[in-house]
Design a protein around this ligand. Structure first.
Ligand code: HEM
Ligand SMILES: *[C@@H]1O[C@H](CO)[C@@H](O)[C@H](O)[C@H]1NC(C)=O
Length: 493
């Protein structure tokens, strides 16, 4: 008797769970979920790419998956991504508040804030401030060039040697954002910069890994002492560091004379007083954390991809008909450093950098979005609160959008007259209202760093390094496999 009652109970429970994970009418198609786990067991959690590719092939450009009992919709290809993020931007620009990333960062700055007046105010403020005029006397370009000197010094010490550039680029891009945020640069072997680089690396590793998927799928395990707790702890430690900078900074601040992002924000806070706006010191700390976090690995990994390709396609470094080095030498003639304006005279350099960003495929699935209301896409109905995954790689490598979608070829960004052109499908920074806030800064960094270093040094793939491996290590932000490079000084510089 007891056994059969228990059986009925279990059956009812299963039915309820199944019901819960059922696709609503006209919802995008996808594989059948299992209670509690959703489609977790359909995926190889270490590297789900191959499995997901099969699903996209089978179910089309708009398909759905279950993370635990919550449905997510994956969007592939330019047409569907544009339709959602641009044409229906207001419907598709929310952020889910129920994923590990949000819980880890706790206070929402802006990357993870939902589509709301507070997010809009912060986005507008951020864009204004990151433009040159927002940061006081010292321009963004000067801040970047200051850091480039440090990179050059470091490379100078390694001339004739072979080194792994991994930490170098992470430290440099971290320092550039610190320059912008609170006008500080740290020595490459200081404790604090090593803390930052470590914390970005560790937290990203955890957030990208199987434990994060389990966290997102199965809420009951969230408070258990599992590896994801380490990410939470590191974010708390980082938050403390930023509060420290903020407090230190207030001692020397002169209202109305901002020296950097934090000062600008404090001025804005003074101006707003208690107008009920979303600006607060807590928000500032979260914003600073997100800008630092969002701007370091992304840009550093793009640089790692850049030098991996530059070394292995020597015709790009200058031995071919394209004359990349001739272009650099011509434009920089008589100057000891590049300026961002120079890009207009360097169509080939522009094409090379854009092609590098395309193959670097830094944020393959963007940052997840969420619908803000019941809406529809390509004929499917999608209810409010559905997690949306814009598949940026599917656009960056889409057949029909590129001259050569599957190989590295700067011609993807050159027209018949060898002028630089940017196809619509170029969206490593995503598109629409949520598009990367740091695009301007990132593009300036990539241009100035690559041009200046190519002007001063030659980078050579070491003879004993074997065949280069261009496959990326999968993650929320992807990175090339570790490699080494041999550094030589260039004769002309
Ligand atoms: C090559 C370097 C970079 C790449 C490839 C990149 C890519 C992205 C992508 C794909 C998104 C998600 C957009 C979306 O949700 O649709 C994003 C958002 C964002 N990025 Fe970047 N990023 C880069 C550098 C930076 C830098 C340097 C900063 C900081 C100064 C930054 C700050 C942000 C912020 C604040 C957001 C959130 C925007 C919002 O939610 O409204 N990023 N980025
Ligand atoms: C995104 O698109 C790429 C390229 O088409 C594919 O390999 C990958 O599996 C897709 N990811 C998802 C989540 O559909």
């Amino acid at each position: 008797m007891f056994a059969s009652v228990a059986l009925v109970l279990v059956a009812v429970l299963l039915f309820l769970l199944l019901f819960q994970t059922h696709r609503a009418k006209n919802f995008p198609p996808g594989p059948r979920p299992i209670p509690i786990f959703g489609n977790l067991l359909h995926l190889n959690l270490k590297n789900p790419i191959a499995d997901l590719e099969k699903l996209a092939k089978r179910y089309g450009n708009v398909y759905s998956l279950f993370i635990g009992s919550s449905p997510v919709v994956v969007i592939n290809g330019l047409q569907a991504v544009k339709e959602a993020l641009v044409n229906k931007g207001a419907d598709f620009s929310g952020r889910s508040q129920n994923l590990m990333l949000n819980h880890a960062v706790q206070v929402k700055g802006m990357i993870l804030a939902d589509y709301s007046p507070g997010w809009k105010e912060h986005r507008r403020f951020g864009l204004m401030t990151l433009r040159n005029f927002g940061l006081g006397k010292k321009s963004m370009e000067q801040r970047i060039l200051g850091e480039i000197h440090r990179i050059i010094n470091h490379l100078d010490q390694n001339v004739g040697k072979t080194m792994n550039p991994h930490l170098l680029f992470h430290k440099a891009t971290s320092n550039i954002i610190c320059q912008v945020l609170f006008a500080r640069q740290f020595d490459y072997d200081s404790e604090i910069i090593n803390f930052f680089v470590d914390y970005f690396y560790e937290t990203s590793r955890i957030l990208n890994g199987p434990w994060a998927m389990i966290y997102d799928s199965i809420p009951m395990v969230r408070s258990l002492p599992l590896p994801f707790q380490k990410a939470f702890k590191m974010f708390r430690m980082a938050h403390k560091k930023y509060s420290g900078f903020l407090a230190e900074n207030k001692k020397t601040r002169v209202p109305g004379e901002p020296r950097h992002f934090i000062d600008c924000y404090l001025d804005e806070l003074d101006k707003r007083g208690d107008d009920g706006s979303s600006f607060s010191e807590d928000q500032l700390c979260a914003f600073v954390l997100e800008l630092h976090f969002g701007g370091t690995d992304t840009t550093a990994n793009s640089l790692l991809t850049a030098f991996l390709y530059l070394m292995n396609y020597p015709q790009i470094q200058g031995m071919s008909s394209f004359h990349l080095l001739q272009e650099i030498d011509k434009v920089l003639h008589g100057k000891d450093q590049a300026s961002f304006e120079d890009r207009h005279q360097m169509p080939y350099m522009q094409a090379v950098i854009h092609e590098i960003q395309r193959v670097a495929d830094i944020a393959p699935l963007s940052v997840f979005h969420c619908t803000t209301k019941d809406t529809d896409l390509m004929g499917y109905s999608i209810p409010r609160g559905t997690v949306i995954i814009p598949n940026l790689s599917s656009v960056l490598f889409e057949e029909g959008q590129w001259k050569s979608p599957h190989v590295f070829d700067p011609e993807n960004f050159l027209n018949e007259k060898q002028e630089f052109v940017k196809p619509e499908a170029f969206m490593p920074f995503s598109t629409g209202q949520r598009m990367c806030l740091g695009e301007g800064l990132a593009r300036m960094e990539l241009f100035l760093i690559v041009v200046t270093l190519l002007r001063k040094f030659t980078f050579i793939w070491p003879e004993d390094a074997g065949e280069p491996d261009f496959t990326l290590v999968y993650g929320t932000t992807q990175t090339p496999k570790p490699y080494r490079m041999t550094i030589q000084r260039r004769g002309t510089a």
